[in-house]
Design a protein around this ligand. Sequence first.
Ligand code: NAP
Ligand code: ZN
Ligand code: ZN
Length: 346
Amino acid sequence: MTKAYAAQTTDSPLAPFEIQRRDLRPNDVQIEILYCGVCHSDLHQARNEWKGTIYPIVPGHEIVGRVTAVGNDVTKFKSGDLAGVGCMVDSCRECVNCKKGLEQYCKVGNVQTYNGRDRITGDVTYGGYSKEVVVREEFVLSISDKLPLAQVAPLLCAGITTYSPLRHWKVGKGHKIAVVGLGGLGHMGLKLAASFGAEVTMLSTSPDKEADARRLGAQKFVNTRDPEQLKAVAGYFDFILDTVSAEHDYALYLKLLNTDGVMMCVGAPPTPARVPVFTLMDARRSLAASGIGGIPETQEMLDYCAEHGISSDIEIIDIAYINEAYERMLKSDVRYRFVIDMASLT
Ligand code: NAP
Ligand code: ZN
Ligand code: ZN
């Protein structure tokens, strides 16, 4: 049995739980989990905010650790290697999107690291708030030893989820981009967009985060609760990367886009977006969304971050602190990602 932390119902806190990891199949990699980042999606799903949660749920999809065993057919990994696992552990691997390395958009549906179902047994998948995980090798990422391991964990979701749309829309030099929400995704979006050469503005509801935003790469900071500050950047941006986790007014931000500007949504509030079409029509603006990133792009992002010294700003926590961490996340009090030290799970 493997030690883990699980939520048993919509409103029960996370608590110790034991799970059974499968015996290694020929293509499987077994990983001892050393660190796991805490994503707001963990909270959304532990509390069934997106509906469809299968209980008990063991969240966690920002996993880094060390390989402890491999199946007979595994070629990419051996015992002792550093390894990472993000939001997916399998997909059909055959459809047009999988063939393009867009497994997140698998036509059959990818298998999520937790709250998914194994394609062979149908068993519910359990995530990274645990000591160990067994994953098919195609879905295991190589991790460089150049960066502190705990700070790499959040790249597996927050990193790739912001890297992918920034690359897809080719954000870089000469562009003005605003990042909305300075949390886990937001702080990675800020660092990455700045490293791609764009002029980055932080749009935040927390004025006390201004100094951090500037240190992380923002050239401007706008307190979105101040209408005067918002007015000063009306029609200003080429792109907006929206990482907000809670219900908010999309039109308020859309108006800040220049003609032909694109708002890339990665935040996933449970409530639907309400957008007057005129806000788009006024300036041929686009409202778009993007989901995590495929496996090849995730590896590309990890390699890019290792090369450029980019990692997450984290607060390391013991697993027993997880429920308090969730409450702080809800209060926008994350600086800027909680990462669980799995040595604390005993
Ligand atoms: P997080 O660390 O909690 O950060 C969210 C930030 O949003 C907060 O720190 C806050 O920043 C801002 N915010 C919160 N409530 C707000 C409100 N009512 N109005 C305006 N801003 C508000 O969360 P995260 O882990 O970065 O995740 C963010 C969202 O992305 C979640 O919904 C998550 O499920 C989703 N997500 C999506 C994908 C994907 O594939 N698209 C992947 C991972 C996560 P300020 O204090 O600066 O205002
Ligand atoms: Zn996530
Ligand atoms: Zn597929």
